[in-house]
Design a protein around this ligand. Structure first.
Ligand SMILES: [Zn+2]
Ligand SMILES: [Zn+2]
Length: 251
């Protein structure tokens, strides 16, 4: 993924430094929640100028058409105060490349882990992450017909998952953390499957939930009890239940 420096050079003397900093944070948060940049953004002040260091999934991720209403509003206000310029610094070696498939895949997978900062939506064809601005906004959970105006639920689920995975890796609260990632009735799994269901309804492309297993996946689908081991199919996962929209890997 691309690491970019966005420089904000003041057009005039900016008096209200606090409001300006808030505006800059709003802009970066808006870009993050639109899926245009990753969570690892950094804001630096140098004299009267500011610089943001961000990681983007694609070379054109900052395009205005990918921004949500909050990023667009903040940018409009910032442009009155600053001259903006961008510079590509290079490749962020801490991240994997995004999906570059020309066509939409036959299926998506919701997957993340402690080590994944990329979008948690994976392309079923290449297994790489799909920038969230290529996915629709989903309904706010528990409401009727009200859409989100950012990828809030997906990103929150990802942050929660990564935090739980961190505790699991550190052998803290083993029973709780394993259940959250492995059991279908945990809040983490239920929320993840809700997100999958929403994406599937809105894109007409099946969206599978990746279920974590420690060492070995069960022989039968943990939801319907049917056979789910894949044989002879060239893909990046080992288990898939089409009926339950679940996938897993492991021998
Ligand atoms: Zn792909
Ligand atoms: Zn099943």
């Amino acid at each position: 993924m691309y690491c970019i420096k966005i420089t904000f050079t003041p057009r005039t003397i900016v008096d209200d430094k606090e409001t300006t900093a808030e505006l800059l944070w709003d802009y970066l948060c808006g870009l993050y929640r639109s899926g245009q940049i990753l969570k690892d953004y950094l804001l630096v002040k140098n004299g009267e100028s500011y610089a943001a260091f961000v990681t983007m999934p694609e070379s054109n991720s900052l395009d205005a058409r990918y921004s949500n209403v909050y990023a667009a509003k903040a940018l409009e206000a910032l442009k009155k105060l600053f001259e903006l310029s961008t510079e590509v610094l290079g490749e962020n070696l801490n991240t994997e490349d995004s999906c570059t498939c020309a066509e939409k895949p036959d299926w998506y997978m919701l997957y993340t882990s402690l080590y994944n900062e990329e979008s948690p939506v994976a392309c079923g064809r290449c297994g790489k992450s799909v920038p969230l601005y290529k996915m629709p906004f989903i309904h706010v959970k528990g409401t009727d017909g009200h859409f989100e105006d950012e990828h809030y639920s997906t990103l929150s689920w990802q942050e929660d998952y990564r935090a739980i995975d961190k505790l699991w890796m550190a052998c803290l609260a083993d029973r709780f953390t394993f259940r959250q990632m492995h059991n279908l009735d945990s809040i983490l799994s239920k929320t993840g499957r809700y997100i999958c269901k929403e994406y599937e309804e809105l894109t007409d492309i099946p969206c599978y939930y990746y279920l974590y297993n420690h060492i070995k996946a069960p022989k039968a689908c943990p939801s319907c009890g049917g056979a789910w081991k894949l044989r002879g199919e060239e893909t990046f996962i080992d288990y898939k239940c089409e009926k339950c929209r679940l996938v897993a890997d492991g021998a």
